[in-house]
Ligand binder design. Sequence first.
Ligand code: KG4
Ligand code: ZN
Length: 339
Amino acid sequence: MRVLGIDTSCDETAVAIVDDGVRIRSNIVASQTAVHEAFAGVVPELASRAHLDAFLPILERALEEASCTMDDVDAIAVTNTPGLVGALLVGLTAAKTLAWLHDKPLVAVNHVEAHLYAARLDEDGPVDPVVGLIASGGHTCLMRADGPTAIELIGSTIDDAAGEAFDKAAAMLGLGFPGGKAIDDAARDGDPTRFDFPRTLLARDSLDFSFSGLKTAVLYAAKGPNARRRAPLLADVRVEDVAASFQRAVVDVLIEKLDRAVRRERPRSVVIGGGVAANRELRARATEWASGTGVALHVPPIALCVDNAAMIAGLGYHHAVAGNVADLELDADPTPIRR
Ligand code: KG4
Ligand code: ZN
């Protein structure tokens, strides 16, 4: 079964074609970084407009790279939740139009569940049950999966997402947007023990996350107590040390929560995904942790960790096979996933 996947949930216009939930025939992503850079964050209305401009050329490229036409597509999978409502609506309207025009089944996909699915696009993918940590700019959560579509949310952020914390810390430090990669790079030349930033772990057995306190701690350490975000850095503060100490604090929390989830759920495999999974310290620490606990760790290649539509088409295949098909009444639901 050949599935066309579409994702426009945030600031990437993505279209992909995947066969049988595993064979990626094309995976095209148009980034809007240049549109949002000046604002140091994603501007929802600009994102919707940029999706409108990008969608048809990206669809054409995805079909061309897969050497097929809409006639060869068996189903259309689209992200309908969560995300920016205006951005989601562009992909959803496109998917409905294509489904109606070409008389193909339409499948709704949850974007965060698709991030977890990304690891299954590999032939040697995870074995169920799976515990997954998904950390990106829009969401940070822990999930348990007993199959591609049998997913239970077991933890989520109560305030900022991990990637959002990276982006905000980078903006405060004048490192640009998106900030994750910039912090990752700066941290390489920094001392991660220079600042003892808070690790918010919440209750003893909690699998939820909170990063807003850390963000404030970074601001005060870098710019002085009660400083404003735009204030200059203190004279004796090295950006690299703040970046390294901040990154260490985030990674400590992510690994601790993952460890708690694994002790509780006893999975056979662990998956880490979402844009923050590109972080070098997180990848290294997770690998070290997994070898210590003996659990099989799966971290998809970076192109499948960040937003893409191959993961949407892949998970969409399993929904289609299960007969979980939507109609043209399907609506966008921007609600972030929360337990
Ligand atoms: O999954 P993604 O592409 O989009 C969302 O669904 O949000 O994730 C983007 C997020 C951004 O917050 C970005 O700063 C972060 O992932 N990110 C990183 C790194 N590369 C991207 N965070 C930490 N270290 C990185 N190397
Ligand atoms: Zn995402």
